[in-house]
Write a protein that binds this ligand. Structure first.
Ligand code: SF4
Length: 899
């Protein structure tokens, strides 16, 4: 068979964010050889962002867990499965079912999630199963459930195309959901009358499409929306018919909002009153209004109320459940929504049934024919690790998540895991900060090998398909769970294919439903493996009435509450609980970067994705930095009540004064001390349990480092090179790996230190100039190792490093350049902006200065922004700064003040 005959396309879904982009993977001779966006997938219509485009660069076998291990010793599956089953059974026997717990993830598939829930709630008999989705959108869930009677997102991505006013709040969509952001951008181009308001404490890349930018004081969003409700009431903006016919509780909600006059909101939220009035009036005047919100709203001690305050405004105006309208919560993870469907949160049952409802418990138990059913809610994420710390949870099974990095107060999480008698971790990675605590490590299949379904932010179920066979001994999560359940002596876990699990779940969704629950996918109750493999993306409900799915729900004004009416709730805005003080004067915000994902166990492998930002920064307002005498790129020490970190400073005029931002991604695998979660206290919303991860209180200080340096290592020597300096950070590069380090006690014999750290035998050369030292090592004429160290921070152009490491025989003149730290201007490209075509900041600025006046023109000249488009907002920022750009954002007050 020829190569072309052996190639075929497998359709799957992206492994990262909640947009849920369809991907066509080309398989050639059993290997994935390329990918592109699926043209006909309604979530992305062929588009992928930079993370999705580079998925294949993350699928190699480095750092893959390929065999089961007990106490770090490789064992076979049968030994591992029996051991896990016996230990769980023993602890349950001795201490009861609530002494064990599962902590799962929005990264696993619906089939995995469903079985984990089934085992814990129906067979073990506890509800101690929670998920990292608790950290992402549980406040949105709690508010939907409280208001609509069911956790149902009433919107679709199509609404982004047709809306006339889009409020983006608590979301840097340009970086976190880039494909949706570009869809919004296209909608605005098609309809220039469409207005976009961005409400965010930071002026992020998303502001590039904003007509109005409201740099809101962190934590005050509920007051903003209470003020809106009050304004609508006072200015004839209510839909009294809708309120009357389809809702309850409006008077109490309005009464609570009454005190929030324009002046009050302006003072409380730190917003310009005139702009506020303008935006409120726009909401009142515009027929189609969509609120798009994400973790900036959810990750708060009052996240549920903030979501509710948004919902209240949509209910009060009837701008809900119709074209271009509604409160649209966007999920962070690829299958956070799937987890919500199967009851992945500890206070839910499967298929949108309630654990507190005896009829629902009976329905689920009878359907499963299970020996028991959990009758009370289990521990939510933070409480679960607290219970472990208190010795109540004695065995935990962590699946596809890294709580040591993502949960607040890492010291407490570490203490809890240390105390826990038995820790099982299923993961595709061999090393991460949580696996260090595992008694048993179970190799799970990653994206590309996994098989099942995911549901995106608009309720659309898509297949994530096993494009290649599992590597090593890796197994699908659902299979591992089923085998452990069977080994524990439970029947009801006899599945041979993911489609059988999905079929059972579909049957449960329709079982005794009778129209009482919107979540109903019973049209798949008889799905065959072949049909499952051909499943086309579809939005639930999918049942007899809607066999092709349904774009919008609640159109008839009938909600899932007992009365059929949506419920208002009165909102009293609450301040964040982590308060700044004299000791900790800066507010800490955190979030995602454009090219990284979660704890970097996948995206950290791809040099294409580290080129944009290769180390963790603390973004700080230049005025604050000047006061503390912190300069750009200096390493700063960050401390809070719970932890400490040391990262480089990035002076950023888009930060409000006294507020800092730090990305969530870095951890012990990539830096000595750059885990932002450690800086947050364990505080959560009392209803949703979602941690307050946007409102830390920190202090900043200068560090006492005396020596700074960089190591660059070629591909062949990555594994053997280890450094343990007081400060270090590392990043994958196109030639291998780069490290940056700093010492308070300088290494005096830097050559010896380089040789010991790298273990490379080759031709070592060294040159010193003042306090700067240059070391290179050549192997067979090729550059293997390079180190610069100095009393000040050094920076080296990436293009130069790429050039010298790519030479088969490095010329003497290049060696001399390396040993003197000089290189030609042609390699000076500055920060990489476009990861697809490696276009640097300097070329872009030159092109702007030479006359390119739009993103499109930059694309024509340099190709930047013409593939995935993820860099387009940054191109706009550069156009704003160095040229003439058409985007005018109203109310950048604090930025103007700083200028
Ligand atoms: Fe993946 Fe990017 Fe699409 Fe999100 S927007 S699903 S990360 S390709």
């Amino acid at each position: 068979m020829s190569c072309s005959q052996s190639s075929h396309i497998v359709q799957s879904t992206c492994a990262y964010c909640g947009v849920g982009c369809g991907i066509d993977i080309t398989i050639k001779n059993g290997k994935a050889s390329g990918l592109e966006g699926t043209m006909e997938h309604p979530a992305n219509f062929g588009q992928l962002c930079v993370k999705g485009s580079n998925l294949l660069a993350t699928t190699d076998l480095t750092n893959r867990l390929l065999e089961p291990q007990i106490n770090n010793q490789t064992v076979d599956w049968s030994t591992a499965t029996s051991h896990v089953a016996e230990k769980f059974a023993q602890i349950i026997k001795e201490h009861g079912p609530d002494a064990v717990a599962f902590y799962v993830s929005g990264q696993i598939l619906t089939e995995d999630y469903y079985l984990a829930n089934k085992l814990m709630k129906g067979y073990i008999g506890s509800a101690n199963i929670d998920t990292n989705s608790r950290l992402c959108m549980s406040s949105a869930v709690a508010a939907y459930k409280r208001s609509f009677g069911e956790d149902v997102v009433p919107c679709s991505y199509d609404d982004l195309d047709s809306t006339e006013l889009l409020l983006i709040t608590g979301s840097n969509a340009a970086w976190t959901h880039p494909v949706l952001y570009q869809r919004i951008e296209r909608a605005k181009k098609r309809n220039p009358a469409m207005k976009i308001v961005v409400i965010d404490p930071r002026k992020t890349a998303t502001c590039q499409i904003a007509d109005y930018f409201l740099p809101i004081k962190p934590g005050t969003d509920a007051a903003f929306f209470n003020g809106l409700l009050n304004y609508l009431s006072a200015n004839n903006g209510l839909n009294n018919d809708y309120i009357e016919q389809h809702t309850q509780g409006f008077e109490a909600a309005l009464l609570a909002a009454k005190k929030w006059s324009l002046a009050e909101v302006s003072a409380y939220c730190d917003l310009d009153q005139q702009t506020l009035a303008c935006v409120y009036q726009l909401f009142a005047d515009t027929e189609k209004v969509l609120s798009f919100y994400s973790m900036g709203i959810n990750q708060s001690n009052s996240g549920t109320d903030k979501c509710q305050s948004i919902i209240n405004c949509h209910l009060a105006t009837g701008k809900i459940a119709k074209d271009g309208c509604g409160p649209f919560s966007i999920t962070g993870q690829p299958n956070a929504m799937g987890g919500r469907e199967v009851g992945g949160l500890s206070n839910q049952l499967a298929a949108h049934m309630d654990i507190e409802n005896p009829e629902h418990r009976s329905t689920v138990q009878r359907f499963w024919q299970s020996p028991t059913i959990a009758d009370k809610a289990g521990y939510k994420a933070i409480d679960l690790f607290d219970a472990m710390d208190e010795g109540k949870i004695k065995a935990v099974w962590i699946m596809a998540t890294n709580p040591m990095v993502s949960l607040p107060d890492g010291k407490k999480v570490a203490r809890a895991l240390n105390k826990c008698e038995f820790v099982v971790v299923s993961d595709c990675a061999e090393n991460n900060d949580t696996l260090d605590f595992a008694d048993v490590k179970l190799p799970a299949t990653p994206w590309l090998e996994k098989n099942g379904t995911v549901t995106n932010s608009e309720r659309r179920i898509s297949r994530q398909t096993n494009a290649i066979a599992p590597n090593g001994q890796a197994k699908h999560d659902w299979k591992i769970i089923a085998e452990v359940a069977t080994a524990m002596g439970f029947s009801g876990f006899d599945y041979s294919h993911a489609s059988e699990v999905f079929r059972e779940f579909a049957q449960l969704s329709g079982f005794e439903n009778n129209g009482t629950r919107v979540f109903d996918i019973s049209a798949f109750s008889t799905i065959t493996p072949r049909q499952y493999d051909r499943l086309k993306p579809v939005q639930w409900p999918v049942n007899n009435t809607y066999p092709e799915g349904k774009k919008r729900v609640f159109e008839d004004g009938q909600f899932s509450t007992a009365s059929g009416k949506a419920l208002f709730f009165p909102i009293s805005p609450r301040q964040p609980r982590q308060k700044t003080s004299e000791k900790f004067p800066f507010r800490l915000n955190s979030g995602r970067l454009r090219d990284q994902w979660h704890t970097m166990s996948r995206t950290g492998k791809a040099s294409q994705l580290t080129a944009h930002t290769d180390k963790c920064y603390l973004y700080i307002n230049p005025v604050d930095a000047a006061r503390l005498k912190i300069v750009d790129d200096e390493i700063v020490n960050i401390s809070s009540d719970t932890g400490q970190a040391s990262v480089h400073a990035k002076l950023d005029k888009n930060q409000r004064p006294d507020e800092c931002f730090m990305p969530i991604h870095w951890n012990k695998q990539f830096a000595s001390s750059a885990n932002v979660s450690n800086l947050y206290a364990s505080i959560a919303d009392p209803l949703s349990g979602q941690p307050e991860l946007k409102h830390g209180a920190i202090a900043l200080s200068k560090t006492a480092f005396q020596q700074f340096g960089q190591l660059h290592i070629s591909e062949d020597f990555i594994v053997q090179t280890q450094i343990t300096n007081e400060f270090w950070t590392k990043a994958r590069t196109s030639y291998g790996m780069s490290f940056q380090f700093a010492n308070t006690q300088p290494e005096t014999d830097i050559l010896h230190w380089c040789q010991t750290s790298s273990q490379i035998s080759g031709e070592w050369r060294q040159f010193s100039q003042g306090d700067t030292q240059y070391v290179v090592c050549l192997q067979a004429g090729r550059l293997a190792f390079l180190c610069y160290s100095s009393a000040t921070n050094l920076s080296i152009e990436n293009a130069w490093l790429k050039h010298v490491f790519s030479q088969k025989i490095l010329l003497e003149q290049d060696i001399q350049s390396l040993l003197s730290g000089t290189y030609s201007d042609e390699f000076a490209q500055g920060k990489q902006i476009c990861s697809c075509f490696n276009v640097g900041e300097k070329d872009i600025i030159s092109a702007i200065k030479a006359g390119s006046s739009s993103v499109e023109q930059l694309g024509e000249h340099l190709k930047c922004g013409t593939n995935c488009g993820s860099c387009k907002p940054e191109l706009s920022v550069l156009l704003d700064e160095y040229g003439i750009n058409s985007t005018e954002i109203i109310n950048t007050t604090f930025i103007a003040e700083l200028a």
